[in-house]
Design a protein around this ligand. Structure first.
Ligand code: S3P
Length: 169
């Protein structure tokens, strides 16, 4: 079985994913990295040259190609397309990393965090705040289908690790 880590851009999936993979002795798979490799370019380039639809198709395809027994770090939009949420729940255990709007906004307004994300890189602070609110609202019904919601402000990572140990095959 796989463990899938989902959540909005900037919620910290990479950092948490690496920690979990070490603690649980699982290899990681990162869908953004796999898409880059498959299409042979960076994400901003994929969006500008091939379009978002091609990116979405590629991320759904790489998701289905991940072998078993991985800690999977997913792109923020992945659970909301192509029945990916259903696929992940059938294939493993899905953890939603839920960070409050204010923290997402504080992180995503930083230039180095915006730069690599084509959906937000052109937005000023007001537009970014609006984008996060609107997009979170649309995505939450997908995210909230996760098997486990992890709120790092209220729970320790140890609690999550203990939970994941109990669902390991
Ligand atoms: C996206 C999130 C990004 C990346 C792409 C689109 C999204 O991944 O897949 O820029 O639609 O939320 P991160 O969640 O790792 O930033």
């Amino acid at each position: 079985m796989n463990v899938y880590l989902i959540g909005f851009m900037g919620c910290g999936k990479n950092t948490l994913g690496k920690r979990l993979s070490t603690k649980l002795s699982l290899k990681t798979a990162d869908t953004d990295e796999m898409v880059k490799e498959r299409l042979g370019m960076d994400i901003p380039e994929i969006f500008s040259r091939l379009g978002e639809e091609t990116f979405r198709q590629a991320e759904s395809a790489v998701l289905r190609a991940i072998p078993n027994h991985r800690l999977v770090i997913t792109g923020g939009g992945l659970p909301c397309h192509d029945e990916n949420m259903k696929f992940m729940k059938e294939r493993g255990f899905v953890v939603y990393l839920d960070l409050p709007f204010e923290m997402l906004f504080a992180r995503l307004k930083e230039e180095q965090n915006k730069r690599k994300r084509p959906l937000i890189e052109h937005l000023d602070e007001e537009a970014l705040s609006e984008y996060i609110r609107r997009t979170l609202e649309k995505r939450k019904p997908f995210y909230e289908q996760a098997d486990w919601v992890f709120r790092p402000l209220q729970q320790t990572t140890e609690t999550l690790i203990e939970k994941l140990k109990t669902i390991q095959p």
